[in-house]
Design a binder for this molecule. Sequence first.
Ligand code: SF4
Length: 576
Amino acid sequence: MTEPIHSPPPAPGGAPGGGVPAGRVPGAGAAGGRVSDGGVPGGAVADGRAPLAEPPAGPLLVCAPLRFEARAIRRGLRDSARAGGGTGRGDAGSPTVMRTGYGSVRAARHAEKVREGSFGMLAITGTGAGLAPVLRPGDLVVASEVTSVGDGGPGDGPALRSPSAPLLAGELRRAGLRAHAGRVATVDYLVRGAERDRLAQKGMMAADMESAQLAAAAGGCPLAVIRAISDTADRPLLHPGVLAGGLSALRSLRAAGPVLDRWAAACGPRRVLLAGPRSFCAGVERAIEIVERVLAQRGSPVYVRKQIVHNTHVVHDLEQRGAIFVDELDEVPDGAPVVFSAHGVSPAVRQEAAQRELSVVDATCPLVAKVHKEALRFAADGYLVALIGHNGHEEVEGTLGEAPGSTVLIETAEDVAALRPKDEGKVAYLMQTTLAADEAEGMAGALLDRFPAARGPGSDDICYATTNRQQAARVVAAEADLVLVAGSANSSNSRRLVETAERAGTPAHLIDGPEDIQLGWLAGVSTVGLTAGASAPPAVVSEIIDALGGFGPVEVAERVTTTESIRFSLPKEVRH
Ligand code: SF4
């Protein structure tokens, strides 16, 4: 019942179909993770120079319980092979599909055969019952963990983790499928009626009858579990629409084949080089703490003008706790507390708040406030202020608003050439705090070429956090095959980190979380540089490392270029 998708080469280090080859590298998936991380929970930090463990010593083995499920996934894998999929698999060989039979007893029996097989990665597929109300027939559930669940008693088995689930679900969504990462329950009975609710209340997203037994056979190898939903609470097993649901599930399984092939191609041991410093800066920590304190003092809702910092996780978390983010003050009810974001506001916004007698707490970063003061000082002294920055960014809008008649935005060399100051001896320049240092210096140089007497800020406008994170990103980029930057798309300093790594000659990508990592980026990549913008929470970095551990053993090392100890005091309104 085990069939190769196309003729595989002999598995290196072991006879095809024989026992587990010597030197198989256990992944961090089913075994619960071998990720270590300096500064991230988990243990010792590798020095980053030791040779990596051997790559997967065998092909992808896909288990599917029933003939039609095996056929669907086999067709999907053939589609992938025809399209030249699986790039980066190296010598691991082509995937094979094993039909493992219906129900937990047959699954347990086949798990023995799986253990004896020669494979480098294990995938378990098939149809399943939807438990979460969000699911529809044809949806795919990628198991973050699989648990054998008893029939009401305390007899649940151990949870077997599949840390790469968020990436796999993200890749399936990018392939146009409706995919979710969540917990899967394996039961030994058909799930009906109130049983769906009982399992859903346990936090299970889907149920099947085989995955837990088969997943236990993965040992330390990377593990993926994908279940295509055939029936849901709305369309249970005896519903007239269940046949259509089953066909929809099989179509989704087939479409998942190429994605599974890419997942296998991305598997292998990896080194993660963490840039230090990374993640939250003092200004972001202060801004978040201000919102938390206002919530604690005055209760929800607390209004925040614009995103407090540019990060979706931070904003979502604060929303859950009672913050309401608005674009303008006219959305804030009279008398309500309102927090100004870390990026600062123009005097016009302050005046509007004062006129409406709103209860304002200002979370503007002190380093942004410093640039505002410089703009005011230069303008008061009769200077034309050239603000080097990016159009539309909230910080730039706020700084431009300090002296709008005397300040112009400079984004390009053409903007410098177009400057027409009244007095060429009275030109000054300032910078947005989150620019790439080399890019901003280039602009300042162009300005000084044209106006040699131009005055700059008293001390660097590009803040310490931006400078430090770029320096560390440059160092890890020099050693890495790929750089991942945790941060949201609207985060200026995070985007500059991507550019910094790219300028160092390494492909780099901005990701909000593990689900944004494209499997194709990882194929053939042995060293991943990892950093995070100043607004990205440290927890996201941990999640990314954990998810990478689902592709094989991960060694984590850190490259610390400097340490930071800066703290900013809180505004008086929330100090006590
Ligand atoms: S990145 Fe710099 S300017 Fe922005 S909040 Fe952090 S410390 Fe302040």
